[in-house]
Design a binder for this molecule. Structure first.
Ligand code: 3PG
Ligand code: MG
Length: 407
């Protein structure tokens, strides 16, 4: 994809927004714990600059966002209520939350907005038309969203984490309103462009996460571009199994073993696997942990992290890298006993960055890991708010939410 030659928030501000309705798509999809507390507000924080600027400039700001993947209709579990409160706190100003998406409450509140006010609509995915495969259904919802900002309204696309989704609030609405890339989207695309067009070598890619199938396209694409591709996380077990190793009761995608074999045959000199694994009796925070060589995982154990020997090897590869992309944790970092792999690799990336490497952390989980493990966010060149979106960009796919802004 070429650079971001689309109108941005700066262009909209130059046109003037005082008194105008502006619909903003933000990605406020933050992780919540069982009690509904936000465990990592990263995406909310990243959404603040665009919203604040619009409010300061006197726009009547209507924000639309999703939380999780509710099925078929409103579900209190996925209400944006905690998000609205956190957003208000980070913005330092009042944020109204509509009780519905484009229903009577949203309409009445939108009509009542005065200059600088901020209204957050309820979870856009409470309306099944948002994610419909039927163009007409999505368009009907997009029309109702557009109506909320009136005749001289505008659309600002700032939810980078969803620009790979062809959804009503991301894609269709841009067909109806004058549209602009928000500052977050513009900044994220600029970083990914730098990563793909001015890649200084050696280029090291670190991939983790649970499923090979989710990462297959990006592995295939980056294996031809990177000098080393380090694989950890749950998906490393399918690769180890492809080597004929036994992985005990670790996560395994048996249907992907053949694919991993082919990847190893083709890119064996680029792909690096863990040499040791932290195993446990079961998937639990307090299950006794033990380090074993990767080729000696006991039948009755489950691998929950990469071991210290792997961290050492991966760190050596990373230490002389000039460009680094990292997506996906190395282990179950949410459990303290299985966080060392993720932490160790993150620290190696921070050390390489301090020596001048350009490093990008792509994605929800790895970005959350950085903050939850107490690592310095400014130790990396960039922490992206979009996992799927940045991976699809690196795969060379067209991102519908970006593409539509240039039409
Ligand atoms: C994300 O969490 O990756 C984005 O918010 C997109 O959410 P989705 O994968 O449910 O579309
Ligand atoms: Mg246009």
């Amino acid at each position: 994809m070429a650079g971001l030659s689309v109108p941005t928030l700066d262009d909209l501000l130059a046109e003037g927004v005082s008194g105008r309705g502006v619909l903003v798509r933000s990605d406020l999809n933050v992780p919540l714990d069982d009690d509904g507390n936000i465990t990592d507000p990263g995406r909310i924080v990243a959404s603040v600059p665009t919203l604040k600027e619009l409010s300061d400039a006197g726009a009547k700001v209507v924000v639309t966002a999703h939380l999780g993947r509710p099925k078929g209709g409103p579900d209190p579990k996925y209400s944006l209520k905690p998000v609205a409160a956190a957003l208000a706190e980070k913005l330092g100003r009042h944020v109204q939350l509509a009780a519905d998406v484009v229903g009577p409450d949203a309409l009445a509140r939108a009509e009542g907005l005065t200059d600088g006010d901020i209204l957050l609509l309820e979870n856009i995915r409470f309306d099944p038309r948002e994610t419909s495969k039927e163009d007409a259904e999505r368009l009907a919802l997009a029309k109702q969203l557009a109506e909320l900002v009136g005749d001289d309204g505008a659309f600002v696309s700032d939810g980078f984490g969803v620009v790979h989704r062809k959804q009503a609030s991301v894609y269709d609405v841009a067909k109806l309103l004058p549209h602009y890339a928000g500052w977050l989207v513009a900044a994220e695309i600029a970083v990914l462009e730098q990563l793909t067009t001015s890649t200084e070598r050696p280029y090291a890619v670190v991939l983790g996460g649970s499923k090979v199938s989710d990462k297959l396209a990006v592995i295939e694409s980056l294996a031809t571009k990177a000098d080393s591709l380090v694989i950890g996380g749950g998906m490393c077990f399918t690769f180890l199994a492809a080597h004929g190793l036994s992985v005990g009761s670790s996560l395994l995608q048996t249907e992907m073993i053949d694919t991993c074999k082919k990847l190893m045959d083709t890119y064996g000199d680029v792909i690096h696997l863990p040499v040791d694994i932290v195993v446990a009796d079961e998937f639990a925070a307090d299950s006794p942990a033990q380090v074993v060589p990767a080729d000696q995982i006991p039948e009755d154990k489950i691998g929950l992290d990469i071991g210290p020997g792997s961290v050492k090897r991966f760190s050596a590869l990373l230490s002389n890298a000039k460009t680094i992309f990292w997506n996906g944790p190395m282990g179950v970092f949410e459990f303290a006993a299985f966080a060392a792999g993720t932490k160790g690799v993150a620290e190696a990336i921070i050390a390489a960055t301090a020596k001048g490497a350009f490093s990008v952390v792509g994605g929800g989980d790895s970005a959350a890991a950085v903050r939850l493990l107490g690592l310095p966010e400014d130790g990396f060149s960039h922490i992206s708010t979009g996992g799927g979106a940045s991976l699809e960009y690196l795969e060379g796919k067209t991102l519908p939410g970006i593409e539509v802004l240039s039409t």
